[in-house]
Design a protein around this ligand. Structure first.
Ligand SMILES: [Zn+2]
Length: 437
């Protein structure tokens, strides 16, 4: 007898969407059978027309614990993620204290997270000026790679690297490097203003274009793997296309907010829309969708980067002073599905962008797919149901969101982690470590 069978007429497998029964034993998918297969199981769930997806993999989440747990912690972030159909996250090395730039800091972060995680959690390391010597040890300790900033990160304990320091980091260890690509020489100081256009003008397309060029040069020079984080400006796409054609190992991701929000519709003082790089105009968003459809942008991840509500400066609505970061780990799937289906994309496309490809980026071969041998991380997703985003229903520690009041299509009904429903009791998440790569 197997532990669990989950049946759906809309199971999104690596071969596309089809009726199937996913068979689970000891937390793993052991078979994918016909929808009406006769099976002896301890639990047999028939979702009917509700879709069955692999759990999403979000490789870009800022949890902020320890040190800034009041911004977001492991218990709240992973509970929110599970409610949004995400079963694995990789935590960013900054905004927590200490930042994850040494083996000791990684140990402190793992100790803080222990016993609190409702889904699986892996960690990025950070590359900052002067820590190239720490990178091999961190890599051996299981981080998925290293994040570097080329411009101010927003927190003083995680300074940016210059191109020489980036080259030093790439030479120090054969690892995946993920880069916040904005060039400091093209950024301007934003004047205090509640007008989004003033903030947008301070972070022009040129800043991303120049930084992506720097990152590509570094990847080419070192023969290293470089991934461009949260690409906002479509002007950098031709650079990435040309570099890939040339054989440079560069990939790029974008985020739900760059694809579905636009600068033309950000109200005065609505600092919940502030993030860096910034949300740009709708014509730019259209070009990001084209790049996603083409496979030039490989994945869509949240860049969940919350803070306490006061740091968004709701009193003044000043975009210059407000913290830059958008919290959305619980909402990414319906936000993207709502827009994707309107543009003619399939659920299989969304699963590829938000589950399989992020898993592949970091080498998590047992995550992000409904396939034999994979972890039984499953999501029952009703693709036709609609809801209005009510911040009070978010599990984020601080439910500030630019999606408040939006009607979205697609509701997560149940999330299973290794064959067990995530309920909010008894956190069963595990730490993920890099496998190979
Ligand atoms: Zn980020």
């Amino acid at each position: 007898m197997v532990d669990l069978v989950v049946r759906s007429r809309r199971a999104v497998t690596p071969d596309g969407e089809r009726p199937a029964a996913v068979v689970v034993t000891e937390g793993r998918i052991v078979a994918v059978e016909a929808y009406d297969a006769v099976l002896d199981a301890a639990a047999d769930v028939d979702l009917g027309d509700t879709a069955l997806l692999p759990g999403l993999v979000d490789t870009h989440v800022h949890v902020n614990e320890p040190g800034r747990t009041e911004w977001e912690g492991f218990a709240t972030a992973t509970r929110a993620a599970a409610a949004g159909g995400v079963t694995a996250i990789v935590d960013m090395p900054l905004n927590s204290l200490p930042p994850t730039v040494t083996v000791d800091a990684l140990r402190i972060k793992r100790a803080a997270a222990l016993g609190q995680c409702h889904i699986d959690v892996g960690f990025w390391g950070g590359a900052i000026p002067g820590n190239a010597g720490d990178l091999p040890g961190l890599h051996d300790a299981g981080v998925f790679g290293f994040k570097a900033f080329l411009a101010d990160s927003g927190v003083p304990e995680f300074p940016p690297v210059d191109p020489d320091q980036l080259a030093d980091a790439l030479a120090a260890v054969d690892a995946l490097f993920v880069v916040h690509a904005e060039d400091p020489w093209h950024l301007h100081d934003a004047a205090a203003s509640p007008d989004y256009a003033d903030f947008l003008a301070s972070r022009p397309h040129d800043a991303e274009h120049a930084a992506v060029a720097t990152a590509i040069d570094a990847a080419r020079e070192a023969g290293a793997r470089v991934h461009i984080l949260h690409l906002s400006s479509a002007t950098a796409l031709p650079l990435i296309r040309a570099a890939r054609a040339e054989g440079v190992r560069v990939t790029a991701e974008t985020c739900p907010h760059y694809l579905t929000l636009d600068a033309e519709h950000i109200p005065s003082g609505a600092t919940e829309f502030k993030c860096c790089p910034p949300i740009r105009d709708s014509a730019n968003a259209d070009l990001l969708w084209t790049a996603l459809a083409e496979g030039l942008i490989t994945c869509v991840v949240s860049d969940h980067s919350p803070c306490t509500p006061d740091l968004k400066r709701p009193d003044t609505g000043d975009f210059a002073a407000a913290w830059g970061g958008i919290a959305s780990v619980q909402l990414g799937l319906p936000v993207i599905w709502t827009a994707a289906r309107a543009r003619g994309h399939s659920l299989a496309d969304v699963v590829s962008w938000m589950a399989r490809r992020p898993a592949d980026l970091v080498g998590l071969v047992r995550k992000g797919r409904l396939a034999v041998g994979a972890d039984a991380d499953l999501v029952a997703f009703d693709p036709g149901a609609t809801f209005v985003v009510d911040p009070s229903l978010l599990h984020h520690r601080n439910p500030v969101t630019p999606y408040a009041g939006r009607e979205l299509t697609g509701v997560v009904r149940t999330t299973w982690l290794r064959g067990r429903p995530v309920t909010g009791d008894g956190p069963a998440g595990r730490f993920l470590e890099r496998e190979g790569l």
